[in-house]
Design a protein around this ligand. Structure first.
Ligand SMILES: Nc1ncnc2c1ncn2[C@@H]1O[C@H](COP(=O)(O)OP(=O)(O)O)[C@@H](O)[C@H]1O
Ligand SMILES: [Mg+2]
Length: 573
């Protein structure tokens, strides 16, 4: 007797159905996608027993004729593609023509649909069997009611979870699709309880507001960036706000919610220097990508996509965040606006506060460490009527004020910013004051760092580090920048080495200087004298964009005079 036999059509249909329809949520997803493809402006979802009892999806979309409605339950029947080439340009949510067939195969189902006017049809199915077809007078749109899901597939039934767990999957997905189709009204009820009802709105921001509330919207910055035929737009956390997990990162490709590792990696990489360790961004990022460059036909549930050029996708996502951070500064940061390369520092300051600050940031030789030079060296600055230091708060922040408002300045970020700009200047002129190690500092390097050292030897030398081989993997640090204390030189050198190897070649010099600035800047928790603070504030405000540190973190908070007056209900003058 042969061991192989063809399965009956009934069994093979059930197997196929199981690929698309795994649980109630899959039905909700497929039906709602159909409603959106039908151009609905309102989609109402009603569930009972988490969807295990009843799933009803009602839309006001284009509806179907009697003939189409009957055909829609055949496998591979679709109005969305016609030929193979269409697979390269899928603009609809569905295209596989298997959802209705699959749902029909594993449930009891009623479809009511009408293209408007007087017509309309009602179709009842039970498993694979057509149970009834009737004419019905219905308004334009379609309602699909699915009862007793998996009634004929007990194996699947056993794997369903509790009502609340099944419900929460549907609710979660509906929330994410509602963000993509913000112009569509969505509602979800469970039994007698309405869980949400969001009317259609004009913008994503309004939808986020409806769904998540004001607190979330206030924490977000806008992203919008286009490059090479792709565009990324949406919202992401405004640093330093973040959360301790990645659960609020939503990605969409041509409006389809997707789980995509490339987009996620790009987002998290862009945010790494902006957030505290173990903090992640919240994000709602929409990629508009040429249809021919993305394959959505990877997975029956269409939850994953594949990009032809994933590098390009990575880049555009990452840059969208970089740009958003730059555009934003932070909300409350002084809007100096000019990019550092073109702006004259002096002019930028004068724009904001005419003629209030004086002094040349580079006139002074490199300080031995910290913003310590005495105030006497810089007469007239702090009293110039510009920005006056009021004091230090928590040994972390400098509080300062001008006519225009009050500033809270992060001392570490501010100093880092000042040093970075100064190091850049020095780096350009190759004038690093360096000192000779009296006793060469010996250290061993792991193989991966040996390579990095060889590759970056010139760059390191230009920044004041001279290193020589001392046999095997042992090296000797012979010279280092004189801003470094002897005891910290080795550690800083090693961390520079580790950091720059991760950077692309053309970004390495800046990365090195930024790290050096970070390592040599005053830390949070160090008490500063008044002259030190005054000096730092003065130098900071001579820079073109005092609002952002080299790592993109915000440097200062500004509370405008007008804002203060308004909050305290005092008429401003
Ligand atoms: N809510 C709806 N409104 C209008 N037409 C629908 C609706 N649901 C399904 N259809 C029609 O039935 C066809 C089959 O649906 P489906 O099995 O989900 O396959 P697909 O969405 O992949 O085309 C669709 O192509 C569409 O023409
Ligand atoms: Mg479909």
């Amino acid at each position: 007797m042969p061991k192989i036999a063809l399965l009956s059509p009934e069994v093979s249909r059930k197997i196929a159905a199981g690929e698309v329809i795994e649980r109630p949520f899959s039905v909700v997803k497929e039906l709602v996608e159909n409603s959106l493809d039908a151009g609905a402006s309102s989609v109402r979802v009603e569930l009972a027993a988490g969807g295990k009892g009843v799933i009803r999806v009602r839309d006001d979309g284009c509806g179907m004729s009697r003939e189409d409605a009957l055909l829609a339950f055949e496998r591979h029947s679709t109005s969305k593609i016609r030929e193979e080439a269409d697979l390269e340009r899928i603009a609809t949510m569905g295209f596989r023509g298997e959802a209705l067939a699959s749902i029909g195969a594993v449930s009891r189902l009623t479809l009511r649909t009408s293209e408007g006017g007087e017509g309309g049809v009602e179709i009842e199915r039970e498993g694979d069997r057509l149970a009834a077809v009737r004419d019905a007078g219905l308004p334009r749109g379609t309602t699909v009611e699915v009862r007793d899901l998996f009634f004929n597939l007990p194996a699947r039934l056993k794997f369903l979870k509790s009502d609340s767990s099944e419900l929460s999957q549907s609710a979660k997905w509906l929330t994410s699709i509602a963000c993509a189709f913000f112009e569509v009204a969505f509602s979800l009820s469970h039994g007698p309880r309405q869980l949400f009802s969001w009317p259609g709105v004009r913008t994503l921001k309004e939808r986020l507001y409806q769904v998540y509330g004001k607190d979330l919207v206030d924490r977000l910055m806008k992203a919008d960036y286009a490059e090479g035929g792709s565009r990324v737009f949406g919202f992401a956390s405004r640093p330093p706000s973040g959360r301790s997990d990645k659960s609020q990162q939503f990605f969409y490709v041509n409006r389809r919610p997707v789980k995509d590792r490339i987009m996620q990696a790009a987002l998290n990489q862009a945010f790494r220097p902006l957030l505290e360790k173990n903090q992640y961004a919240e994000a709602f990022l929409f990629l508009e990508h040429p249809l021919g460059e993305v394959d959505v036909n990877v997975h029956p549930a269409k939850a994953e996509v594949r990009f032809r050029d994933s590098q390009a996708v990575f880049r555009v996502v990452q840059r969208s965040i970089d740009k958003a951070v730059l555009d934003e500064g932070t909300v409350k940061v002084v809007p100096f606006g000019q990019p550092p390369e073109t702006a004259s520092p002096r002019a930028a300051v004068e724009d904001a506060r005419p003629g209030q600050l004086i002094g040349d940031p580079y006139a002074r030789p490199l300080a031995s460490r910290g913003p310590a030079p005495a105030a006497e060296e810089r007469p007239g600055v702090s009293q110039s009527g510009g920005i006056r230091v009021l004091g230090q708060y928590l040994d972390m922040y400098i509080v300062a004020a001008s006519e225009d408002g009050i500033f809270v300045i992060d001392q570490h970020n501010a100093h880092e910013k000042v040093l970075f700009e100064r190091y850049k200047e020095i780096g350009r002129d190759k004038l690093w004051p360096r000192k000779l190690a009296l006793i060469p500092i010996l250290f061993d390097l792991p193989p991966s760092d040996v390579l990095s050292l060889e590759e970056n030897r010139d760059l390191l030398a230009a920044s004041g580090f001279r290193v020589e081989e001392a046999g095997g993997r042992t090296y000797a640090l012979k010279e280092y920048p004189d801003i470094l204390r002897d005891e910290e030189a080795q550690n800083i050198f090693l961390s520079l080495l580790a950091e720059i190897k991760q950077e692309k070649l053309d970004g390495r010099q800046d990365k090195l200087l930024a790290t050096l600035a970070c390592k040599t800047a005053v830390k949070a928790g160090e008490p500063l004298s008044r002259p030190q603070m005054e000096h730092l504030v003065e130098e900071l405000f001579q820079l073109p964009r005092p609002g952002l540190c080299p790592h993109g973190r915000p440097v200062l908070l500004r509370m405008d005079r007008g804002q203060i007056d308004k909050s305290l209900r005092r008429p401003s003058n």
